[in-house]
Ligand binder design. Structure first.
Ligand SMILES: *Cc1c(COP(=O)(O)O)cnc(C)c1O
Length: 405
């Protein structure tokens, strides 16, 4: 990842179709658009590629989450259980519909720990939202059985795991609904965009109307549509959909490259016996957008990240430096309930409560984790060079620790 690394002729061709007609909107203008319906085509392509019955494009991944939560009836006072390690968009969407994000610990899958999920269920819980971070998934069987037992919705934030799968199903198509993001740094990109995937006709129809001011899309023209409920504007444009169409057709190529590059790097890192890799639940297939691994202690991990930085290697760590966006430790705006307007009182109270919540189990995972994004553009020599430098940095730190001990 990301898809922009291989942006080219196919994307330009699809875009040109739209530029030549000048019809940038996905609805209406039937005659002048000369048969080009890029958003409709992309939705079909997504259903075929990922194996879901319905797909609703949106203006972003965040909009997809907000849309689907509304479509599923999640609102004021409902609790949504989600992981402490995610992108801020996941809790933003929960807050935007009036619901309460309940953050729980992750385990070494880097996503929801099912035991922590069970412990967090209350009479207000409405939905469990695993976030398949960095290309791989939560234990979906365990989460599905919890949802069944407590009659809860299962919503997958699969924005970071396009192309990963679990027991033969693509991530994002397993729960009641799932979302992808096609923002500029995701596995496939259209600049800004997202999608809701579902097998429920009712959920889809709600999403279809909600993203377009509540239009039922049943009138003879837009003006004649009825508005069965209040909606919003989360539409995607034809320009964005055109780029997405070219990218989704190339997904398998992207995944093949990611997998190959991942394997080369992993083989090199496996030379270091002190490294363990993130756990992939049984039956899971990693999309290989990232390689994520653990060192034995927080101190060693901090020293390795510093050493790699000195050598010009980007070693992503979500706990201390180089990232304020993916882990609760850095979310003071959330823990202080800092908003530009007023939250509802239930939300306000729940957010301030986070200051007292113990996330030491997540800290113990994230403080030892290093994640490297797998580039589509790397040559084999570059990967080998990078891998060797990473191993040298790790071994240097481990030797220093041994001498110091
Ligand atoms: C990128 C991302 C989103 C939001 O997507 P946007 O298209 O940037 O709004 C949501 N959740 C996760 C986990 C993401 O990585």
């Amino acid at each position: 990842m990301p898809g922009f690394e291989l942006f080219g002729a196919e994307e330009r061709k699809e875009l040109n179709d739209v530029l030549e007609t000048g019809i940038l909107m996905r609805y209406g203008f039937d005659a002048p658009r000369k048969g080009h319906w890029k958003a409709v085509e992309l939705e079909k392509e997504i259903c075929n590629t990922f194996g879901c019955t319905y797909a609703q494009l949106t203006s972003s991944g965040t909009a997809a989450l907000t849309t689907v939560m509304t479509a599923l009836g999640i609102g004021y006072g409902d609790e949504v259980i989600m992981p402490s390690f995610t992108f801020v968009a996941s809790f933003e969407a929960v807050l935007s519909v009036g619901a309460i994000p309940v953050l729980v610990d992750v385990d070494d899958t880097l996503t929801l720990n099912p035991t922590a999920v069970s412990a967090a269920i209350t009479s207000r819980t409405k939905c469990i939202m695993p976030v398949h971070m960095c290309g791989s998934m939560a234990n979906m069987d365990a989460l599905q059985s919890i949802c069944k037992q407590h009659n809860l919705l299962l919503l997958e934030d699969a924005c970071q795991s396009i192309g990963g799968s679990y027991k033969g199903k693509m991530l994002g198509t397993i729960g009641d609904a799932g979302t992808f993001s096609f923002d500029f740094v995701k596995t496939i990109t259209c600049g800004e965009g997202g999608v809701v995937m579902t097998n429920s006709k009712e959920t889809y129809t709600n999403c279809d109307g909600y993203t377009d001011h509540g239009h039922d899309h049943l009138g003879v023209d837009r003006g004649a549509d009825l508005h069965p409920f209040i909606g919003y504007n989360f539409r995607i444009s034809e320009l964005h959909a055109a780029v997405g169409l070219a990218q989704v057709r190339r997904l398998q190529t992207f995944l093949d490259i990611q997998q190959k590059n991942y394997s080369i790097l992993r083989n090199i890192l496996e030379q270091v016996p002190e490294i363990t890799f993130r756990t992939i639940p049984e039956g899971g297939v990693d999309s290989c957008t990232f390689i994520s691994w653990f060192l034995p202690t927080e101190a060693i991990t901090a020293a390795v990240v510093e050493e790699m930085k000195l050598q010009g290697i980007l070693a992503g760590n979500f706990y201390w430096f180089n990232n304020n966006w993916h882990y609760i430790r850095k979310w003071d705006h959330l823990k202080n309930a800092t908003t530009l307007n007023r939250l509802n009182p239930l939300q306000q109270q729940a957010l301030l409560q986070l200051q007292q919540t113990n996330f030491s189990a997540s800290d113990a995972i994230l403080s030892r984790c290093i994640s490297t994004a797998i580039s589509l553009a790397w040559t084999e020599e570059q990967i080998i060079d990078k891998g060797n430098k990473m191993v040298a940095a790790i071994q240097k730190v481990l030797q220093q620790q041994a001498v110091g001990a």
